[in-house]
Design a protein around this ligand. Structure first.
Ligand SMILES: *Cc1c(COP(=O)(O)O)cnc(C)c1O
Length: 356
């Protein structure tokens, strides 16, 4: 071959399988439950703020994202210097692997977990160390701590875990952090933190404050309903946040996204109501599934996990017939997002047709 050749690791990057859009069906409302999106429209005031920002699209965004940094610093009661904004928390994961890993350095994470992890790690020519989740879908934190070596630079803890659902507790996280050496950055991916209703939830802010090696990543994509605008943030010790900002794409977060995020933070009350309604739907769905014989793993995000093995593809086909799109993971299972009540009713019907 004579043409330009990318680094060999580029060919090794696994493809991101995005949730499929629904296929329009005559006489049937179809629901997309494949990407953990928020079924609600934007929060009050957000479309207006975004429209106003869109009118200034001939200008570059505020590169410092000052308003959004200020709003987040005030909301979380942390110094601005401890924050790093990015185009979604997926971008933060890329940035932290880029900033902390030389080629061949190890990144430990649970598996199955968020599919962007292996993509980001491979793209940086770092090495993935995957630790299987337990039978109930929880992180095996003892095994993850044992998997840390001198080459480990980063451990990713996904809580609630996408796609299996359970959340790590504060007691589990504390015990884990006590075992991890200080040179290893522990990233707590809290993309679904707003939905957690555990009896021992993680207090991410208190945890990062008491550790020099803990970073939280959060997003406006899920609870806040801004998936289409790509904005997320990290909270962590100043040197870590500084490194993340250093490798970020200049002007990455658009003016419209910044304005929408600031307006969304201002609509806290409406946000909490919506999250509460989605959590109530989640509990109703989990109870309905139990009635038809499906005990799904503890669901602490805005989705549930069906372990189906080689029935996964059939499950997705029957879902499609019922007018819902799920996210199948071939040979393993399917993740189904919490949607509108009618959509969730169809999920119960789907489960009824697939006796466990
Ligand atoms: C959806 C999700 C994200 C956030 O993605 P964005 O890039 O912010 O849209 C991060 N981590 C996990 C585990 C997720 O499921």
């Amino acid at each position: 071959m004579t043409g330009p050749q990318p680094r060999p690791t580029v060919a090794a990057i696994p493809a991101y399988v995005a949730g499929k859009p629904p296929r329009p069906r005559e006489g049937l409302t179809v629901f997309k439950l494949s990407s953990n999106e928020n079924p609600y429209p934007p929060l009050p005031g957000v479309v207006e703020a975004a429209t106003e920002a869109a009118a200034r699209m001939n200008r570059y965004p505020d590169m410092g994202s000052s308003e959004l940094y200020d709003a987040l610093a005030a909301r979380l009661e942390v110094p601005r210097e401890h924050l790093a904004l990015a185009t979604g928390s997926v971008a933060l994961i890329y940035q932290l692997v880029q900033a902390f890993c030389e080629p061949g350095d190890e990144v430990v994470y649970a598996w199955r977990s968020f599919e962007a992890y292996p993509i980001a790690v491979t793209a940086a020519a770092a090495t993935s160390v995957r630790v299987p989740v337990l039978a109930d879908g929880r992180h095996d934190l003892d095994a993850m701590a044992a998997a840390v070596t001198d080459r480990t630079r980063v451990v990713l803890v996904c809580t609630p875990n996408n796609p299996t659902g359970p959340a790590v507790t504060q007691a589990e996280l504390d015990a884990f952090l006590a075992k991890v050496p200080p040179h290893v950055l522990v990233v707590v991916d809290e993309a679904y933190v707003e939905f957690v209703r555990s009896s021992d939830p993680i207090d991410g802010i208190a945890t990062y404050r008491s550790h020099d090696n803990v970073l939280l990543t959060r997003t406006f994509s899920k609870a806040y309903g801004l998936a289409g605008f790509r904005v997320g943030y990290a909270v962590g010790p100043e040197p870590v946040a500084t490194a993340l900002r250093a490798v970020s794409l200049p002007f990455g977060v658009s003016s419209v996204a910044q304005a929408a995020a600031v307006a969304s933070l201002a609509a806290e009350e409406a946000l909490l109501e919506r999250v509460a309604a989605l959590v109530a739907e989640r509990e109703r769905l989990v109870a309905g599934l139990r009635e038809v014989g499906w005990d799904v793993p503890e669901a602490q995000g805005n989705f549930v996990w069906f372990e189906l093995g080689d029935r996964t593809a059939d499950f997705a086909v029957v879902a499609d017939e019922l007018g819902i799109v799920v996210r199948p993971f071939a040979g393993e299972g399917a993740r189904v997002s919490i949607g509108e009540p009618e959509a969730n009713d169809r999920v119960v019907e789907l489960a009824r047709r697939f006796p466990r």
